[in-house]
Design a protein around this ligand. Structure first.
Ligand SMILES: [Zn+2]
Length: 250
């Protein structure tokens, strides 16, 4: 997610106008103006174009430049999919894993959410991610699950800036990013002397490790790890410095 969800920025940008704003039930985050993202300097096709037309022209360009020219890539996909990877990535618009990792259609079963988090196995919560993991492992039989964090993650900033005991500001965001709470506590204990941004950088990797550990609570993941058919990999994409790193967990 973009940095605009950092709670101090969010609260600064959206001052409460009445006491009812303290109640979660009365919050309407879709009416709250977010701080605008910095304008793109180059590389975007939208300049002056209707946003929907931008999508249509984008598809036509893809069809001409890629789809029509690579039938060997797309024809087999008409019959099904057998992706090697399941990829978890942040929903941040700057982090599309297919682009940054050069993944072709059919290679990666992908889930994107705030801060690419995965909650522990719980049939009453996190069913969106749980069902995707189950389908990827049990039906598609992916060989590798990759969880990718990234630089300047707004979800991680939100997690680190949340104060214990303070009511939530969003309907969903804080509760979601609390998945990474164990990593936050570790960073606050072990990296207390670091500036906030450096703590965020450590936490970006820490929440990936929490998600990797949570993956092991899913029985089908546990089974895949035990019989050697599945591998778990952590990753971090630094779009500030143009770096990508990976690490494995057993
Ligand atoms: Zn993010």
């Amino acid at each position: 997610m973009s940095g605009c969800l950092c709670l101090p920025c969010y609260k600064k940008a959206a001052p409460k106008t009445d006491s009812s704003a303290d109640s979660n039930q009365n919050l309407k985050p879709w009416t709250v103006p977010f701080p605008p993202p910095p304008p793109p300097k180059s590389g975007f096709l939208l300049q002056g174009m209707d946003p929907v037309e931008r999508l249509k022209s984008g598809f036509e360009k893809f069809k001409t430049d890629v789809y029509n020219k690579k039938p060997e890539l797309f024809t087999p996909l008409k019959d099904g999919q057998a992706p090697t990877y399941m990829v978890f990535s942040c929903a941040d618009s700057r982090c599309c894993p297919s682009v940054t990792l050069g993944l072709n259609p059919g290679e990666a079963f992908t889930v994107r959410n705030i801060a690419s988090m995965i909650g522990p196995y719980d049939k009453t919560k996190y069913t969106g991610t749980g069902s995707a993991i189950e389908y990827a492992v049990c039906a598609l039989k992916v060989k590798v699950i990759v969880v990718i964090g990234h630089s300047r993650c707004g979800g991680v900033k939100a997690l680190l800036s949340m104060q214990d005991g303070v009511p939530d500001t969003f309907h969903f965001v804080e509760d979601w990013v609390r998945i990474g709470y164990p990593a936050k506590k570790k960073v606050q204990t072990e990296c207390a002397m670091l500036p906030f941004d450096d703590q965020c950088s450590v936490l970006e990797r820490g929440v990936v490790n929490v998600s990797l550990e949570n993956l092991k609570t899913y029985p089908f993941v546990k089974e895949g790890l035990a019989n050697g058919t599945l591998k778990l990999v952590g990753g971090h994409y630094d779009f500030v410095n143009g770096k990508f790193e990976t690490w494995e967990t057993s």
